[in-house]
Design a protein around this ligand. Sequence first.
Ligand code: SF4
Length: 447
Amino acid sequence: MSDSAPSPSALTPGIVAGRLPPEEYAENFDDLHPRLDRHEALVAADRCYFCHDAPCITACPTDIDIPLFIRQIATGTPEAAARTILSQNIMGGMCARVCPTETLCEEVCVREVAEGKPVLIGQLQRYATDTLMDADVHPFVRAPRTGKRVAVVGAGPAGLACAHRLAMLGHDVTVYDARPKPGGLNEYGIASYKTPQDFAAREVDWLLKIGGITIETGKALGPAMTLDQLKSGHDAVFLGIGLGGVNALNLEGEDKDGLRDAVDFIADLRQASDVAALPIGRDVVVIGGGMTAVDAAVQAKLLGALNVTLVYRRGRNRMNASQFEQDLAASKGVRIITGAAPRAIIGNGAVREIEFDYTGDDLKPTGETFRLAADQVFRAIGQTLNGAALPDLDGRKIAVTGAGRTSLDGVWAGGDCAAGGDDLTVTAVAEGRDAAMDIHATLMAEG
Ligand code: SF4
């Protein structure tokens, strides 16, 4: 939904736009962590022990040589550091902003283990990649053209990483995406304060400087563009279509005004030219326990909702949102209730209250219930794969073996739509890159 389209929520009593003084919006949606300046970066880099067999490298899903890039920063060559990062992870700039580093590289950093204070790997990565991107340098050169054509479906992190690596190896790549802009979740699915100043779009523009990649937006797999057509028109196909569907609560009254998917709320926010114009409730309830739930809850608070409550059916230790995200939510005034699941949506036309069951360890209702006032409710209980005539599934995702090979010859998949791995941006980048290498090896062996 665009920022100019009236949201159904706007029609619900209690939901208004611009609850806060205008200057507070700018402050609330500014960069969560401003970038390190040169001096701060040198001080942070100086804390690295440049470990042999560095545990931080093993913990990075894209295997970035972290001690090497930190040494390059320490010796005053941040552009070389950026090249080290980007050669493994072409979206190193975005990952520096959104990676849960506290559960990846920084969690295992020997400084964290010994002193409880890791080297600031994520912030150093951002310092290096921002320095290179600000200089408008693209550090890779495309190999001579191979004459091979590859279709990539989905211009999110997996698709773009795959496309970039294939283009660098000399293949001609067309990337198709259903949305009006490329970027996938980077553009539409991440909280605004994590990637302000249009960073996702700037990163895509920068990535495309490799050449050899054409992007076609407004095109999704379906009757007008089938997988069979893509296969016959290209030498290989990579599917990085993400998870387009959203799970329902399966409760009566789910269509009442004021209740919507958290992913749509987050997308509206990301695309809004004026966040103050977005309708926000007085009493907001978010149902779910993952990153999307926290992103929606925190942003509801930043937009001026008076009470924001996140309700999750399992215990806090089972929440998919990281400890950092949970702490961020708490610091912004979001109340978190765990061990409760919605049982009824109450209201006449528009949602007014939600009734919850307390749940036991087996997720069954304990018999105790409670109600929360709610004029706006965001559903964030997981996403599902959308699409017909896909390769074989493993559960609810596309089954893959090795570097993203599907059950169909000539078709690879990676990112959130593929089975295995976690649903992180950095994992999607790694899977797209590795599938590209496998596609390249396959196409070159075919001659
Ligand atoms: Fe440096 Fe920490 Fe990695 Fe060791 S584990 S190389 S100290 S960042």
